[in-house]
Structure formats: structure tokens, C-alpha cells
Write a protein that binds this ligand. Structure first.
Ligand code: ATP
Ligand code: MG
Length: 246
């Protein structure tokens, strides 16, 4: 690809304070406009890797570059503006109403009230929630609606890059399909770059341009679905694809 990557990880490793080696040196580049899915079993390091991208976790070694600049040199506020994040549990603040949750980053960025309100209205509409739902607390919504709020929040400051950690988990099949459809539509409309963590290979095949397979803190292979199917680089990748074929 000829365009500069929007996100690059070079030999990113992370050992937690208790000695858990969560990442053992991961290298990947994500290009503007693509969706990369990261799949892999529980504990393989997907969330840890995602969180090194927005500096919620500092790598023990290696480097992350955002739009060509070392993430370690970027101001956290700048990072929040450039990178939207949907955490694995949605991460909504329970004692804030939905609309206040959505305007979290615009507030951090110091947008004035009218601009924040307008943007929140627009975002709620985008994800198919009403103004009345915007006035509720997260606990007063369904799980799928909360996931949509988390998505709206991640998009509120219009970041070019969004990180999504199992955003469609714990949903019934129909709601999940509906959110997949919305995700694909939003992506084509807004031309975002996305890194999407999932342990559902079917979801990865539906939503991603490229898929990375993680295991035990390593990225075993990353490629377009056809490459993974035709030239699996590792027995684990073949086994995973076998499972998918059933
Ligand atoms: N704060 C922490 N302290 C110590 N170990 C941690 C911490 N956070 C995660 N780990 C460990 O690091 C490894 C990778 O965890 P991580 O959350 O990145 O996995 P994951 O691939 O996202 O898993 P899942 O699919 O279950 O969400 C696991 O062994 C986990 O127990
Ligand atoms: Mg995780």
C-alpha cells in the first residue's frame, strides 16, 4: 500500500507488574480506511495490544506510531482526539446520562455547549437512538443500546481511527447482525479506519479487510481472509479456519 500507515506497532511487548507476559513482540501496520480485525482466544493479548495503541497501556518495549509520530511523544488529549475507543465492557459512566457520556471527549477538548449538544444529537441519531434515550442513564437502556452509545461516544470527536474491543459481544444473533450492518454502513459513509477485536471469526470475515490472528501474545499471521484460508502460516490458524468451515 502506498499511503503511510495511520497506526504502526513495532515489536510491541508488554509484561504486567505481576510478571504476566501479555504481549511478546507484535508488529503490524494499519492503513487509512481499512478495518483490521484481531481474533484469538481469551487471554491472547488482544485487549492489551489495543490499549497500547491509545496509551492506556505503555508497552514494556517496542513502539507505537500514530500518523507517523511516536505515540509516546503525543499528548494524551491529542491521542483522544485522533483515536476513538470502544472498551470491552462499553465503559459508560453509570451516573452520567447517555448524552453526557457521548460528549465526554468533546468536553475534554473544550468544545462549547452548543457545539457539544449539536454533536451529541447528531451522534445519537447516527446510531439510531432517540433524544429521550439520550436523557436516560446507561442502566436504563438495553445491552445493545448501551453498545451503540459506546460507539457514538467513540465517534463524537470525529477521530480518523477507532479501536473497538468486542463491541458486538453478548448480543443475540439478530441484533448483532443489525449492528454489523450499521457498522459497515457507517464505515463506508464516514471513511474511518478501525481496529476491531473479536473472538468471532465469522464476524471478522464479515467486517474486516484484513484479519490478524493472535495467540499467547503473538500475532501469528495477518492478511486478507483469502490469504489466511489459502496460506495459513501456522497450524493454529489452520485449525481456527477449520472450525469456521465446521
Ligand atoms: N492488569 C493486568 N495485570 C496482570 N495481567 C493482566 C492484566 N491485564 C491483562 N492481564 C493478562 O494478560 C493476558 C492478556 O490479557 P488480555 O486482556 O490482553 O487478553 P484478551 O485477548 O483481550 O482476552 P479476552 O478475549 O478474554 O478479552 C492475560 O493472561 C491476562 O490475564
Ligand atoms: Mg479482551
Amino acid at each position: 500500500m502506498d499511503r503511510e500507515p495511520i497506526l504502526e506497532a513495532v515489536e510491541v511487548a508488554k509484561t504486567y507488574g505481576d510478571g504476566t507476559a501479555a504481549l511478546a513482540g507484535v508488529t503490524l501496520a494499519v492503513h487509512p480506511g481499512e478495518t483490521v480485525a484481531l481474533v484469538g482466544e481469551s487471554g491472547s493479548g488482544k485487549t492489551t495490544l489495543l490499549r497500547t495503541f491509545n496509551r492506556m497501556i505503555e508497552p514494556s518495549s517496542g513502539a507505537v506510531r500514530i500518523e507517523g509520530k511516536p505515540a509516546a511523544d503525543l499528548d494524551p488529549i491529542v491521542l483522544r482526539r485522533r483515536i476513538g475507543y470502544v472498551p470491552q465492557d462499553g465503559g459508560l459512566i453509570p451516573h452520567w446520562r447517555v448524552e453526557r457520556n457521548v460528549e465526554l471527549v468533546p468536553r475534554l477538548l473544550g468544545w462549547d455547549r452548543d457545539r457539544r449538544r449539536e454533536r451529541t444529537r447528531e451522534m445519537l441519531e447516527l446510531v439510531g437512538l432517540s433524544a429521550a434515550q439520550g436523557g436516560r442513564y446507561p442502566a436504563e437502556l438495553s445491552g445493545g443500546q448501551r453498545q451503540r452509545v459506546a460507539f457514538a461516544r467513540a465517534l463524537a470527536a470525529d477521530p480518523p481511527l477507532i479501536l473497538l474491543d468486542e463491541p458486538f459481544g453478548a448480543l443475540d444473533a439478530l441484533t448483532r447482525l443489525e449492528l454489523h450492518r450499521q457498522f459497515l454502513e457507517l464505515k463506508s459513509r464516514l471513511a474511518k479506519t478501525a481496529v476491531l477485536v473479536t473472538h468471532d471469526l465469522g464476524e471478522a470475515f464479515r467486517l474486516a479487510d484484513r484479519i490478524g490472528v493472535m495467540r499467547a501474545g503473538r500475532l501469528l499471521q495477518i492478511g486478507i481472509p483469502k490469504e489466511l484460508e489459502e496460506r495459513p502460516a501456522d497450524p493454529y490458524v489452520s485449525a481456527l479456519l477449520e472450525l469456521r468451515r465446521g
